[in-house]
Design a protein around this ligand. Structure first.
Ligand code: F6R
Length: 619
């Protein structure tokens, strides 16, 4: 797929289908796409394709489950249906702004992912033509433009021609699906937001990603930017000079969002880590247990060693993982390496032909990261990715790199993928490193033991985590501190995790920075979460902790040390000792559990915290 910067503003989830029970399939598809946004949901359906009465729609704020209740079987047996799950950008979270949007006569209805940049201009044009808009969205203009076009187009032209004319007037990004009463089929258009067509015995469908197709379709075709089609039961209709997409067999299985014995997906995913870590390591360590062998990169380790620098670009949790990965690269090679928040990437200053820029991402759809990779490419850098979602835009755009093999991550707060990012990054750093074999062997040996270590930590931690959660709930926002690169990055990730699923504002900083200002926040009882692996910074961390304690702070100490440092703890969370370079893996587990516990006790929907989406596809 050719990557175009303008064409990557993606968002929300859309699903459409032509089948015997199309609306049921759409509701099921939306449930599987809900990770893309869950502010509101809606669907539209045509029961009898030749019938030209207005299209039935239903929409609601809230989750897809709320839409299912509202629909209450009313759409059973519909033959054509489209639906949408929304992450609001233009206009608040209201029923009115939820998709689908319909023409004033109700004969056309549309769902859209993306941003129509010229919606204000188009809206003025529509007002002059006598149309009134009823929502605050940028999407609604499209449905009225289509209405106008269909009503005014010359005889002999097809509905697809009217659709293409409307598309030619749009600027911005979109994945669109539209249905028109009296017409069989679903009009679809892709420009910067993903759309995949699936077909199987049940019928033909279109979706924001392949997840809903597992079990329902045998073949898929990825639409390209610029594609506009009419999907019908007889296949895909394209305009005369346009190539139709090619179908390929759909392989793999859909991993159901099922927490099993756990109350939430987030807790399940935290507990998945022994398995997901085994998976990311599997086949990537040499048979003699000495070397890491992470393959999949266009450049060989020898070529990478000659580079001037390696940039990592990522956002949020993936950025904190990237900071740790950069530390590993700096430590195990002589190559300069730096992690950048993707939306702040100074490509011009740090990219050239002699550099490699790696996008690190769970979803592979994060627009800020895709943009940074695009900029990197523009300035001549080689690009690769460390990505979890197979076939994602990022993995297809870079065309090389390694998958994280964490399995699907459904909870919005990233947990197991963070660990797999760090593991894949460590494997990468070791693969390209030329440190002595003995040093490498020691680390690789301990790396192989990690899944077991994590597994035992997950069994032991509960009581201290509960006490720590209560301390935070009773005494107010915690400050996370660490020192020495790895731990201060874990501290940052801890603060992010706590904020996103407990809504408690948190700060994090390297311990040494406390005295330069933030220590002013500490009063009697303030919780401080201190990350203290047994590494060369342990003594300095002790100093930072004493500084906090002497001002009344209560210390939640996360450490693998069995030495005197533990006496400084008000609450001690003991982790298992491992190689100091592997402390991020052992220390992130209690951090994730603590955030989870606080979120649950505050009554937050930890799997779907407010205002967030699993795949952040807008700038
Ligand atoms: C936090 C979280 C986000 C993502 C970020 C990047 O728990 O999940 O901070 O890490 O939005 O997403 P990806 O990794 O999909 O690029």
């Amino acid at each position: 797929m050719k990557y175009n910067r303008q064409l990557l503003e993606l968002m929300c989830g859309i699903f459409g289908c032509i089948a015997d029970d199309a609306a049921a399939m759409v509701l099921e598809g939306l449930r599987k796409l809900e990770y893309r946004g869950y502010d509101s949901a809606g669907l539209a359906a045509i029961f009898s394709p030749g019938d030209s009465s207005p299209i039935e729609t239903e929409k609601t704020t809230g989750y897809v489950s709320e839409l299912v209740s509202k629909v209450n079987g009313r759409f059973d047996g519909a033959k054509i249906s489209i639906g949408h799950t929304r992450w609001a950008t233009h206009g608040g979270v209201t029923d009115q702004n939820a998709h689908p949007h319909s023409s004033n006569d109700g004969n056309i209805t549309i769902v859209h992912n993306g941003i129509i940049e010229n919606s204000a201009e188009l809206s003025n044009r529509l007002n002059n033509l006598g149309y009134s808009l009823s929502s605050e969205t940028d999407t609604e203009v499209i449905v009225h433009l289509l209405d106008h076009e269909i009503k005014t187009q010359p005889d002999g032209l097809l509905i697809l021609d009217a659709f293409c004319t409307v598309i030619s007037k749009l600027r911005g990004s979109w994945a669109l699906a539209a249905i028109v009463s009296g017409h069989e089929g679903i009009l679809v258009s892709r420009s910067g937001a993903p759309l995949v067509i699936g077909r199987g015995e049940a019928g033909i469908s279109v979706s924001s990603d392949v997840l809903p197709f597992y079990g329902a379709c045998s073949e898929v075709a990825y639409m390209n930017d610029g594609d506009n089609f009419l999907l019908t039961t007889n296949g895909i209709v394209a305009q005369d000079d346009v190539e139709k997409p090619t179908f390929e067999a759909l392989e793999g299985v859909y991993d159901e969002e099922d927490p099993g014995i756990f109350p939430h997906m987030m807790l399940k995913e935290i507990h998945d880590q022994p398995t997901s870590l085994s998976n990311v390591l599997s086949g990537r360590i040499s048979a003699d247990g000495v070397n890491a062998e992470l393959s999949g990169f266009d450049l060989s380790p020898a070529e990478i060693r000659k580079l001037e620098r390696i940039n990592l670009v990522a956002c949020g949790t993936a950025y904190y993982a990237s900071e740790i990965i950069s530390s590993y690269i700096r430590k195990f090679t002589c190559i300069r390496s730096e992690a950048f928040i993707a939306s702040e990437f100074p490509a011009k200053s740090v990219c050239s032909q002699n550099t490699l820029t790696i996008g690190v991402s769970q979803s592979g759809e994060t627009k800020d990261t895709l943009d940074a990779l695009f900029e990197a490419k523009k300035y001549g850098s080689n690009v690769s990715s460390l990505c979890n979602v197979i076939g994602s835009t990022m993995s297809r755009m870079t065309g090389n790199g390694a998958y994280l093999h964490a399995g699907p991550e459904f909870a919005v707060a990233s947990t197991k993928v963070f660990s797999n990012m760090v593991a894949a990054g460590l494997l990468f750093a070791l693969t390209i490193s030329d440190i002595p074999n003995l040093e490498k062997k020691k680390l690789v040996q301990d790396l192989r033991k990690l899944p077991n270590i994590i597994s035992s930590q997950l069994i032991d931690a509960d009581e201290a985590i509960e006490q720590a959660a209560n301390l935070i709930l009773e005494n107010g926002p915690p400050i996370f501190i660490g020192r020495g690169g790895l731990s201060s990055y874990i501290a940052k990730e801890g603060a992010l995790k706590m904020m996103e699923i407990s809504y408690i504002p948190c700060i994090s900083l390297p311990g040494g920075e406390l005295k330069h200002g933030p220590i002013a926040l500490i009063t009697q009882g303030s919780p401080v979460v201190a990350l203290v692996p047994s590494d060369s910074k342990l003594n300095l961390m002790e100093t930072s902790i004493r500084e906090c304690k002497s001002r009344g702070a209560k210390i939640i100490l996360i450490t693998d040390s069995e030495g005197p440092i533990s006496e400084l703890a008000d609450i001690l969370i003991q982790t298992t000792q491992t190689h100091p370079d592997l402390s991020p893996f052992t220390h992130i587990i209690p951090i994730q559990l603590l955030a989870y516990q606080v979120g649950v006790e505050k009554g937050v929907n930890v799997d779907r915290p407010r205002n967030l989406a699993k795949s952040v596809t807008v700038v």
